[in-house]
Design a protein around this ligand. Structure first.
Ligand code: PLP
Length: 426
């Protein structure tokens, strides 16, 4: 028995399924999840002493790689000053100023502790601001485990086959209209019928929870248009894409401006952080300025702000995203070349430092139904093969991959070499 197997057995005695977030349980790929002991740069080291090249990056936050010295220094300095006060600090203003600078559509921002809190609060605010109840989301998009948003959701929910969770009142779920991602006509038709009842559209501008599907040209623009026509709040869920596909997120990359943005992952540098922000006029409806209630004991925690701010400062260095995107494209191209060389049909796509690959005959994937038609059995074999080769990919065919600045050209070459070897066995 490996150490990971022993530890997993023990964990299951006290933790539901042995994990604190379902996708970590490896149910989507089979086998036992690895337990990790430490991480450095682009590598994870498990409890059995194996090293893995990491393409999950703690599910997104570790854009600099693991144990970056700048983040460690920021954290150590703050630990000596106190780990939390439950009262305002100048760090929170520094963080808010930085977010507003990097994402110009954000005029006011509120810090929270997770991406889920960010989307949940943005939806409440949009409902409170418009006085409407209905919201629109897209099938296969995941916005955290918010009751209203766990309807036809992606990510772990999709991996486990429960995109609609029991425990969510039907009366609440029926206020969530689920449309097809990248289907402009479907959105227009729905808005023609009931646009004046819809508080918000929430969308992942680069869908990262049904593998990785960027918005097709014109889709985000159409969402902006219908929202403007009907007084609906446009929310970009940039928990994944924020600070990753470009410094200013997907809204910078695609040039479409939302009313509100939900952020998470990179903004916390690995600590539990989320944020939501946007137009001043809307954000002024949040308590204590306005009547829409939202709060948090640990919101804006100084340790979390220190790690997050150090990360945002580091990624603001000129050329950071260009370099990281180039690495990611090299990886994408290499995976495709490996597939071609071994005769495996594979579509590879992505945006900035997010990537996805699909075992499919289709040249590209833009829709949820296409994702569901991909060969998940082949994915499982590929995943397990890559793990044996020391490459840690997301343990689900429905998750995007993430690159980090710590990856070297050699790491990417090794990954491609491993992929070619494993694909030859599929
Ligand atoms: N929104 C998106 C796009 C996400 O990918 C996630 C998590 O993966 C969330 C929201 C929820 O964030 P958290 O897991 O921090 O609650």
């Amino acid at each position: 028995m490996t150490n990971s197997e022993t530890l997993f057995e023990q964990a299951q005695k006290y933790i539901p399924g042995g994990v604190n977030s379902p996708v970590r349980a490896f149910r989507g790929v089979g086998g036992t999840p690895l337990f990790f002991k430490h991480a450095e740069g682009a590598y994870l080291y498990d409890e059995d002493g194996q090293r893995y090249i990491d393409y999950i990056g703690s599910w997104g936050p570790m854009i600099l790689g693991h144990s970056d010295q700048r983040i460690k220094d920021a954290l150590h300095a703050q630990v000596d000053l106190g780990v939390g006060y439950g009262a305002p600090t100048s760090l929170e203003t520094d963080m808010a100023r930085k977010v507003c600078e990097l994402v110009p559509s954000i005029e006011l921002v509120r810090m929270v502790n997770s991406g889920t809190e960010a989307t949940m609060s943005a939806i409440r605010l949009a409902r409170g601001y418009t006085g409407r109840d209905k919201i629109v989301k897209f099938e296969g998009c995941y916005h955290g485990h918010v009751d209203s948003l766990l309807v036809k959701a992606g990510s772990g929910a999709l991996t486990l086959g429960v995109p609609n969770s029991p425990g969510i009142p039907g009366s609440l779920a029926e206020l969530t209209l689920t449309l097809d991602f990248n289907d402009i006509d479907g959105v227009r038709e729905t808005f023609k019928e009931m646009g004046d009842q819809i508080a918000a559209i929430i969308v992942e501008p680069v869908a990262g929870n049904m593998n990785c599907i960027p918005a097709v040209p014109g889709f985000l623009e159409a969402l902006r248009e219908v929202c403007d026509e009907h007084g609906t709040v446009l929310i970009f869920d940039e928990v994944m894409s924020g600070f990753r596909v470009a410094l200013g997120g997907a809204q910078e990359l695609y040039g479409v401006t939302p009313d509100l943005t939900a952020l998470g992952k990179v903004i916390g540098g690995g600590l539990p952080v989320g944020a939501f922000g946007g137009k001043r006029e809307i954000m002024e409806h949040i308590a204590p300025l306005g009547p829409v209630y939202q709060a948090g004991t640990l919101s804006g925690n100084p340790l979390a702000m220190s790690a997050g701010l150090a990360t945002l400062n580091a990624i603001s260095e000129p050329g950071f995203h260009d370099r990281l995107t180039k690495k990611t494209v090299a990886l994408r191209d290499g995976l495709k070349a490996a597939a071609d060389a071994t005769g495996i049909p594979l579509a590879v796509q992505g945006a900035g430092a997010m990537f996805g690959f699909f075992f499919t005959e289709e040249p590209s994937i833009t829709r949820f139904d296409q994702v569901m038609d991909c060969d998940t059995e082949r994915f499982k074999k590929f995943f397990q093969g890559m793990l044996k080769e020391g490459v840690y990919l997301a343990p689900s065919a429905f998750e995007a991959g993430f690159t980090s600045a710590a990856l070297t050209d050699e790491d990417i070459a090794d990954t491609i070499k491993a992929a070619k070897k494993v694909m030859a066995t599929l």
